[in-house]
Design a protein around this ligand. Sequence first.
Ligand code: 6PG
Length: 245
Amino acid sequence: MTNADIRIFKDNNELSLAASLLWVESAREAINARGRFLVVLSGGNTPSGLYQLLAEEPYRSQIDWKKTSVFWGDERCVSPTDEASNYRQAMDILLRHVPILKENVHRIKGELIPVDAVNDYAQLMEGFSDPGLTWPRFDLVLLGMGADGHTASLFPNSDETESSPVLAVSAHYQGRPAQRVTLSPHIFNSARTIIFLVTGEDKADVLKSVLNESHMPKRYPAQRIQPKDGKIIWLLDEAAGSKIT
Ligand code: 6PG
């Protein structure tokens, strides 16, 4: 990825600060232009620092939460009260602590059988769709990346030809729940802004491949994220970014 916007920070704290500022800016722009802010959250450990900052001052009151709607890029197929639920993580760290409206929190229903959860979320996406699409153009999408190059729940060797905007997936990663529901690149790539949050030494090699090497999206699903006319920003800590040239 030549000319990628890559920003490297000392650690997750510094990275989270930068991500908070980008969130505030993106929310303001969206609300000024369209009266609402549609944001897609990521699971994984990395965004916890960001979620915590957004729940606190000064960021909390810099965001118009009543005009903010949150969605998820992927969910593990567990109940919303399970510790492994991406919804629960964001609720506990962020959403419970800010004046967001209940009806603007749109979780993926991980407690359903995957095919039903997919249909339910695809219908929800359609309800928010922009002209010519069956999903919305999100204002901001947060994504993480695994040490195997996966992002959201798009895993290495998964089918790249899918036409559906929402997918059921089964994949093993670090003992986390294997059944997942994920948005597809169709949805991610129509977003206005995508921010990758990537930390940790274990991701350095794969990140080098994703950013510096030839296009191998089957091997490195993170390479499938290429916004059509939006922007993509990579926020890395020094450990994850240590091998990038
Ligand atoms: C999930 C995620 C997943 C995550 C990466 C990175 O539900 O597991 O959405 O794609 O972002 O696995 O996770 P870490 O931030 O924990 O490294």
